[in-house]
Write a protein that binds this ligand. Structure first.
Ligand code: TNX
Length: 526
């Protein structure tokens, strides 16, 4: 009942504020604060109060003594200063204002509480990630114009009340394929910022494939210099130096995302095979590849040098990666016999463990024996055969964790409609409702709910070269996947969600994020 009133109030306020997304006429300034039920992902509990807080010229951002809280405070100040034009000093003194407080409580590793009223806004969390996610909520409670990089008129009201919020799943991922087309560090950072706004906490980087090897490995230098020298369509490609990669990891961690690097093996390895003839069973290096076929390449499972290679690559990559996970691919190994595939995975998984990391693999890994503690990333379709689904479910019953990336739901490279100018359609057309409207807990028959670790939205880049193209495919589907990962199942409701989603449009415009104006979503009009 409360929820419905809140929702109705939200819609009325949206109409009243007359948010313009056409850019035609200047919108009237919002006079009422953004209601709690416009936040994406939907918060777990929302109790609206009577009176808002107003950010003014005199507002301070108050942090406790910890370095992490200060860091989140500086991040918040960096978001708010350009558009408000206020100084917003970050300080550990005074009273009122915006307070970020680390304090033991029932928040978990990523949750927070946000209390807002005329005297101030307080975000409380047990860990810095919770403060950061609370800041993303605060950001969404402010008018879209707060995202602009020039001074805007305000007023800067934050609705009054209390939100208590913890995520449903610990794995809320996004994958970017930097192999089929290479993306620069700056482009990856831009995507990271967009992911952070929706509380995504894993950035899975698909660093190698047939068309390009994108990470410098000192012991096998030709992987990057030669194997990374082209891409789909034959462009110049590129690769990350170790310093580049460290910078991505650092930036991601400043937004509380953990980088999960992937080296796809034993298939999807033409770039490596082209760089070192010895890695091929016949000792002959194939040419570099710039097409988009899959399933034609394989490391040589029977050669000892293959495992020296894998050991070196994993050792160097693990040393660069502070996160817990290392993704070893394992999909579409159509040129590897089943026997070789199983033997390869038997040898490679312990190497990952030896360098202190946990194995993640595409769900074909369940066709071998997943290592203890491994995660399998499921990328089948609604229509995938019962036998294949059961194999994954059986692994889940055996302790393998599952990350759900059903291709006909959350593959961000699938076209929305037949007319979408970018993307592929092998898994079908995926409109916004389809990508949102499913339940991760119920998705895989026979898999225990406790095995489902979360969701991830992969973005394959066969057809994508620019940031605006990444954005057009990710928005507006990505926020829906983020909500599936974060929000309690009880909040799941397409009719409410689509209104919440529509309310994000002004923010995307202010941020310069290109997006698909799906006819399924009631976008605001001038
Ligand atoms: C399947 S999904 C692939 C990728 C392609 C993608 C295109 C998966 C694990 N493999 O190699 O890029 O489809 O949508």
């Amino acid at each position: 009942m409360k929820h419905r009133t809140l929702r109705l109030l939200g819609s009325l306020l949206l109409v009243a504020t007359g948010v313009s997304v056409t850019g035609a006429a200047p919108a009237p300034r919002p006079t009422a604060p953004t209601p709690f039920d416009h936040v994406v992902p939907a918060p777990a509990h929302a109790a609206p109060g009577e009176h808002p807080y107003r950010i003014t010229r005199g507002t301070q951002i108050r942090v406790d003594g910890s370095r992490e809280a200060r860091r989140v405070g500086e991040y918040l100040a960096g978001l708010l200063r350009p558009s408000t034009g206020y100084r917003l000093p970050v300080t550990d003194r005074g009273a009122g204002g915006i307070r970020l407080r680390l304090h033991q409580g029932p928040f978990g590793a990523e949750g927070y509480r946000l209390d807002s009223g005329p005297a101030g806004v307080t975000i409380t969390a047990a860990a810095p990630a919770g403060l950061f996610h609370g800041v993303q909520t605060l950001r969404q409670l402010l008018p879209a114009a707060v995202e602009k990089d020039s001074v805007q008129p305000g007023p800067w009201l934050v609705a009054g009340g209390t939100l208590q919020d913890t995520p449903r799943y610990g794995w809320r991922g996004a994958m970017l394929d930097v192999s089929r087309h290479f993306f620069t560090v700056e482009q990856v950072k831009r995507y990271i910022d967009q992911l952070a706004l929706y509380k995504i906490n894993k950035l899975h980087l698909h660093l190698s494939d047939d068309q390009g090897w994108r990470i410098a490995i000192d012991s096998w230098p030709r992987l990057a210099t030669y194997g990374g020298s082209t891409q789909v369509g034959g462009g110049p490609g590129g690769h990350y130096t170790k310093a580049d990669y460290r910078e991505i990891v650092r930036y991601a961690s400043s937004r509380y995302l953990e980088v999960v690097p992937e080296i796809d093996m034993p298939g999807h390895t033409n770039a490596a095979l082209a760089s070192y003839a010895d890695l091929n069973c016949d000792g002959v290096a194939p040419p570099l590849y710039t097409g988009t076929a899959v399933g034609f390449s394989s490391l040589c499972a029977g050669k000892e040098i293959t495992y020296d290679f894998v050991d070196d690559v994993i050792r160097e990559l693990a040393a660069l990666t502070p996160g817990r996970y290392l993704h070893i691919g394992g999909d579409e190994a159509h040129s590897t016999s089943h026997e070789d595939y199983v033997a390869f995975m038997e040898r490679v998984q312990p190497i990952v463990a030896r360098y202190g990391k946990t194995v993640v693999g595409w769900h074909q890994l369940t066709g071998a024996t997943p290592a203890e503690g491994a995660l399998a990333q499921y990328w089948g379709l609604d229509g995938t055969g019962a036998q294949e689904k059961e194999r994954v479910a059986a692994a889940a019953r055996n302790g393998t964790g599952i990350v759900l990336s059903p291709a006909d739901r959350v593959y961000l490279d699938m076209k929305y409609t037949a007319d979408t100018p970018l993307g592929l359609s092998w898994a079908g057309l995926v409109e916004v409702r389809r990508s949102y409207d499913w339940d991760p807990a119920a998705y895989l028959p026979g898999a225990p709910a406790s095995a489902i670790r979360g969701v991830e939205a992969p973005l394959w880049s066969e057809t994508l070269t620019r940031s605006d193209e990444i954005e057009y495919m990710a928005f507006p589907r990505l926020p829906g996947v983020a909500e599936l990962g974060w929000s309690p199942a009880s909040t799941h409701d397409w009719d409410a969600y689509k209104v919440r989603l529509a309310a994000q449009a002004g923010r995307w415009e202010a941020l310069g994020i290109d997006f698909y104006r799906s006819p399924q979503v009631p976008w605001p009009t001038a």
